[in-house]
Design a protein around this ligand. Structure first.
Ligand SMILES: Nc1ncnc2c1ncn2[C@@H]1O[C@H](COP(=O)(O)OP(=O)(O)OP(=O)(O)O)[C@@H](O)[C@H]1O
Ligand SMILES: [Mg+2]
Length: 294
């Protein structure tokens, strides 16, 4: 995985990023920093600009203004595959895993971005290519262990449970050995038990590899549980940025999630008795429900 020193250098800085689509403002001067070795969540209501932020970081969209740097290197303007090679790993929600291929093979697919031996060297079975293949398998096995899938290495991905499929997507992104791992709604559709397992994996990624995790998630229990820092977007603008406890109580955050209802509803009455969940968490939980209904 990324060494300590490499992780040290890998601050991801989003600076004054603006993006619009045919007159619709998706992002309006968004700035935040993802510190090395942290879990950093980006939250906000539907359409707030969370996925757009990821797309700008990955180079899928060029921003109208602003820049993204990793360890001081400018990513903005580079092609997505170059950005991936520079250390931004993304678990794509909608890129299908190869169902007939095994867990191991799927993780190895994620590594191709790193593989130096070209097609010709591999085809000729040159020693360099054989060594790379051996190292690749060892690394893939290590990643499988990290995501709790060691016993499933030979299972075709198509036969995995929903939760394991999602964690395999995460493993595949880790196989690129990124400095920063981008996860867009990694627990969407999961039950509580599966969510808790994935939360454990996210923590392990941070604690055991030093890779930073930038996480978009509507599940506020997960966000408050695993994040070191939380950035809140609303209508493309940053409305709060801080530790989970600060952000949860931030008036702008409550307003963003509750909209006009803040004045009418006593947020405390809505069965908000679960320890550690404030009004904001309740509001966001409702948002989450809304999201799943879509
Ligand atoms: N490709 C696109 N073309 C046009 N408009 C877009 C496009 N992508 C995003 N938008 C608009 O930009 C805004 C931000 O969208 P984005 O997908 O970033 O929100 P989000 O925070 O990820 O929302 P959600 O929680 O629903 O996933 C929305 O108004 C959305 O309609
Ligand atoms: Mg989104």
């Amino acid at each position: 995985m990324t060494g300590e020193q490499a992780a040290e250098d890998a601050v991801l800085a989003v600076e004054d990023v603006a993006l619009s689509f045919a007159g619709v403002t998706a992002l309006d001067g968004v700035s935040f920093r993802v510190e090395p070795g942290t879990v950093h969540a980006v939250i906000g209501p539907n359409g707030a600009g969370k996925t757009s932020t990821f797309n700008v970081i990955c180079g899928v969209y060029a921003p109208d203004r602003g820049s993204v740097t990793l360890g001081g290197n400018r990513l903005t303007g580079l092609a997505p595959h170059r950005i991936a090679r520079l250390g931004i790993g993304r678990a794509f929600q909608n890129i299908a895993l190869s169902g007939r291929q095994t867990v191991l093979e799927n993780i190895l697919l994620g590594r191709h971005v790193l593989t130096r031996a070209g097609v010709i060297a591999s085809g000729l079975r040159l020693p360099s290519a054989r060594r790379e293949a051996r190292e690749g398998r060892a690394k893939a096995a290590e990643i499988a262990e990290l995501v709790g899938m060691s016993r499933l290495l030979d299972r075709p991905a198509g036969l995995l449970s929903y939760g394991d499929k999602k964690r395999l997507e995460l493993a595949r992104a880790l196989a690129m050995e990124p400095s920063v791992l981008l996860l867009d709604e990694p627990v969407a559709g999961m039950n509580d038990e599966e969510t808790a397992r994935t939360a454990g994996v996210i923590r392990d990624v941070r604690d055991r590899t030093g890779v930073s995790v930038l996480l978009i998630e509507h599940d506020m229990t997960l966000v408050m549980d695993v994040s070191d820092r939380v950035t809140v977007l609303d209508f493309g603008r940053l409305v709060a940025d801080g530790a989970p406890d600060e952000v949860r109580r931030h008036p702008e955050v409550l307003r963003a999630y509750l909209g006009g209802a803040l004045g009418e509803t006593d947020a405390g009455t809505d069965a908000g008795t679960e320890a550690g969940t404030g009004a904001g968490t309740e509001a966001v939980a409702n948002q989450d429900q809304h999201q799943e209904d879509k």
